[in-house]
Design a protein around this ligand. Sequence first.
Ligand SMILES: Cc1cc2nc3c(=O)[nH]c(=O)nc-3n(C[C@H](O)[C@H](O)[C@H](O)COP(=O)(O)OP(=O)(O)OC[C@H]3O[C@@H](n4cnc5c(N)ncnc54)[C@H](O)[C@@H]3O)c2cc1C
Length: 327
Amino acid sequence: MNKDHPDVVIVGAGISGITAARKLQSYGHVVEVIEKGRGVGGRMATRRFAGARFDHGAQFFTSRGSDFAKLIETASQQGAVKKWTNGFSDDPDGYTRWCGSSGMTSLVKWMVAEANINVRTRTTVNDLRDIPSNAYILTAPVPQCLAILSFSQMLPNPGTHIQLSSISYKPTIAILLRLDEPPSLFPEHGGIQFLDHQDLAFISDNQRKGVSDEPAITVHLSNILSESLWEDSDQEVLAATTVLIEDHLSGVRITDYQIQRWRYAGPADTWSEPTLVWGSEPTIALAGEAFAGPKVEGAFRSGLAAAEKINIALSSTAKSMERFKNA
Ligand SMILES: Cc1cc2nc3c(=O)[nH]c(=O)nc-3n(C[C@H](O)[C@H](O)[C@H](O)COP(=O)(O)OP(=O)(O)OC[C@H]3O[C@@H](n4cnc5c(N)ncnc54)[C@H](O)[C@@H]3O)c2cc1C
């Protein structure tokens, strides 16, 4: 193996990329994660503005499989995550909804720190050939991965390319509202989930949730309304949202706001396997929520699956080189 460069380059420091990095590092590989954003977490995003803090991507996660449960148990013991609620309806189903202890990014930040993962932030990957490596794991939404692969001339075979191109995504508009005082019409835990609402998906009171010291709510519009308001100005989105949540605001004043448009909030369809791997020298893997289920835990499982497959590919390349040397 060439030691002038990392064994594996991972594009994206969301939960799938960081999970893959931790696993590969535990196998002894040298890994570098490259992230275009200022910090880690990807769609598990927390933002500060107007003196308040907001979770503006994923609001919570559940933990079903044993690998993820083990990680979450340790993260909880070390203060990175906490139990938020056992359900959002009036009659909770009792299943734990977890969140980051000080915002959703807490989990991924902790995963990076605990395993001492090498992450290069504020760096957008366009051409993989600029960052030589034995293997790559790409974890951005699939259309963005295909753009990188096309530019790098590393696309998979045409049949697979066509199948990947058919994975589409649903958008979500998130509206972040800084309020002058706490709104009263919220449950104690601060989360309201709208399972069958035409226009709203979720409202979260970041102060009640423990993310913000100051009054701050996040509103997620439904995928359908997000799509129809996508091209509208921020002011128009705000106006439409305030009408929808008038009752929940219960007369409190909005002092500041931001609008975040998530073009790739979640995949409409997912790949049939938890990862897709092809090629040798370099070996390429795609991972992320589009491969193992459109949730935080799905992204985690996909990152693990990609790491396992890349580890096997790198080990067999190393063995062939050893045989070649000894021949
Ligand atoms: C609005 C919203 C609400 C959600 N609600 C929930 C929820 O309640 N519960 C739940 O379980 N899940 C929820 N999800 C889904 C969950 O957030 C995702 O499944 C999960 O975070 C995806 O992780 P990932 O690692 O696959 O991708 P990401 O988190 O998107 O990570 C990919 C990373 O790649 C980076 N990147 C992209 N292109 C490049 C490039 N060219 N160069 C370098 N870096 C690049 C991105 O900046 C990003 O950080 C929600 C998502 C959204 C958007």
